[in-house]
Design a protein around this ligand. Structure first.
Ligand SMILES: Cc1cc2nc3c(=O)[nH]c(=O)nc-3n(C[C@H](O)[C@H](O)[C@H](O)COP(=O)(O)O)c2cc1C
Length: 191
């Protein structure tokens, strides 16, 4: 099989599953993501590169407020994945049953997670159907610790009906992406 996705799929499998929360005009929202990588060689200046799909409500928050919190999840926190990753904040108050506090940036921090880091956008690049944000990670804490969840953990151990539910939503997201994925705006981003 000579298909690039056989290689790029490896990156999906081992990626940590995170919840990204943000704030805009005193509203709060959050989503699940796996498209994150570390991107600074300087240990004391930590940075991440984070990909967010444009169809997500959270994209609007991050694009405009330029700040968010990344939470690593404990290995079995599938209900958090469902709450933040299966529904849109346009139709649901995702923080209704979540224990959280508001950080200095105004972004919500979920208390019962592996760890979190507060991030501010330094630059961004348009990717057609998504935006890649280069961020500085300003503050971070290990909360519960232990093992964190990867996408492979989600697909191996989450309830089958939840995986089917997400597959349906994912297919709709792919249909949203297909017509715009090649429409890349090459103008520089002004943070
Ligand atoms: C396991 C899983 C992985 C996901 N990975 C990403 C991702 O890497 N990037 C992204 O932008 N959305 C990703 N999503 C999709 C968003 O979390 C999802 O569309 C969410 O409902 C958006 O919520 P919002 O509209 O309130 O922002 C993922 C969802 C799940 C369940």
């Amino acid at each position: 099989m000579k298909d690039a996705s056989i290689v790029t799929g490896i990156f999906w499998h081992n990626a940590p599953v995170v919840v990204i929360t943000s704030t805009l005009d005193e509203r709060i929202n959050g989503q699940v993501a796996v498209t994150l990588v570390t991107s600074s060689i300087v240990h004391s200046i930590p940075r991440l590169l984070v990909g967010i799909w444009k169809g997500n409500y959270t994209h609007e928050f991050i694009y405009n407020s330029k700040k968010f919190v990344v939470h690593l999840l404990k290995k079995d926190q599938f209900p958090l994945v469902r709450n933040f990753g299966f529904y849109t904040g346009r139709e649901r108050e995702k923080f209704k049953d979540i224990d959280y506090f508001i950080a200095n940036t105004g972004c919500p921090v979920i208390k019962d997670v592996h760890s979190y880091t507060e991030c501010k956008v330094l630059n961004a690049m348009d990717g057609g159907d998504m935006t890649a944000f280069l961020v500085k990670a300003e503050f971070g804490e290990i909360l519960r610790g232990g093992d964190w969840m990867t996408l492979e953990d989600f697909y191996t151990h989450a309830p089958q009906e939840w995986i089917a539910q997400y597959s349906y939503k994912l297919e709709k997201s792919i249909q949203f992406s297909l017509p715009i994925i090649h429409n890349i705006n090459y103008e520089a981003f002004n943070p």
